[in-house]
Design a protein. Structure first.
Length: 254
């Protein structure tokens, strides 16, 4: 579903992302971790077509982000940390707008909007202006906008920020459901909440100083009682190392 091939992004002499490659298959929820400034958001923006890579390419649902840019963009649902919402629109109108620009067939638009509203718990506010909603509800609207057109790939940046504990549990359950039901979706989840990764992700990709330093199943990383916080700390407390070295060092110090 997702295949990054040597993605790099440079700004003059500054290298934001360097030669990052990985694959995410249908049914996978992958935690995409790293400290602030590690290159996570830059990588996600390249995958979603919001930012062209300096080198490398990626396939989204078998569509090359360069050769088939429009098809690739339609195959991904992207939720940035701050969703680009329109405060003067009501929830229902915003979602109708999204399905229209995503070229959902006219006969399917109403059902698509209703389904996203139900999944994201927006039934009580669907007629209210987005600008009048709480931060938590606005986050739900952003997630609804990411999934309303039924994309096979979801890239979510801090999807539960601003939600209360009950809403967090509901959104986590929704993300797991989207990935595992029929194995139709591939999900990349970027978050600073490591407990969230442990709750819903089956695999972890860790990026540091623009390079991938870990890519392994969560169960493998935490085998023997090791904590994800420990793996994260070992991988990010020093200069970039080869993939796998962070785990090896953590095992050696355990």
């Amino acid at each position: 579903m997702i295949e990054a091939r040597g993605l790099s992004k440079r700004y003059g002499d500054f290298v934001a992302v360097e030669d990052v490659s990985f694959q995410v298959g249908g049914g996978e929820v992958v935690g995409f971790l790293g400290p602030n400034g590690a290159g996570k958001t830059t990588t996600m923006r390249m995958l979603t077509g919001f930012m062209p890579p300096t080198d490398g390419t990626a396939l989204i649902a078998h569509h090359d982000i360069f050769a088939e840019a429009q098809a690739a963009r339609r195959s991904v649902g992207y939720l940035p940390e701050t969703p680009p919402l329109y405060p003067e629109m009501d929830v229902d109108g915003y979602l109708r707008y999204v399905v229209t620009i995503q070229d959902v067939p006219r006969s399917q638009r109403r059902a698509a909007v209703d389904r996203a509203v139900e999944r994201c718990g927006l039934g009580e506010v669907r007629r209210r202006l987005i600008g009048a909603l709480s931060k938590g509800y606005r986050q739900r609207v952003g997630l609804a906008g990411a999934i309303v057109h039924g994309p096979p790939v979801l890239i979510l940046d801090e999807p539960t920020v601003g939600l209360d504990p009950i809403q967090i549990q509901e959104i986590r359950a929704l993300i797991k459901e989207l990935a595992t039901t029929g194995r139709d979706h591939a999900v990349i989840l970027s978050t600073h909440i490591l407990a969230e990764v442990e709750a819903i992700c089956g695999r972890v990709i860790l990026i540091h100083q623009g390079q991938k330093v870990e890519d392994a199943p969560l169960a493998e990383l935490t085998a023997g009682g090791r904590k994800l916080e420990e793996i994260f700390a070992h991988a990010t407390a020093r200069d970039v190392v080869a993939p796998g070295e962070a785990t090896a060092r953590a095992e050696g110090s355990a």
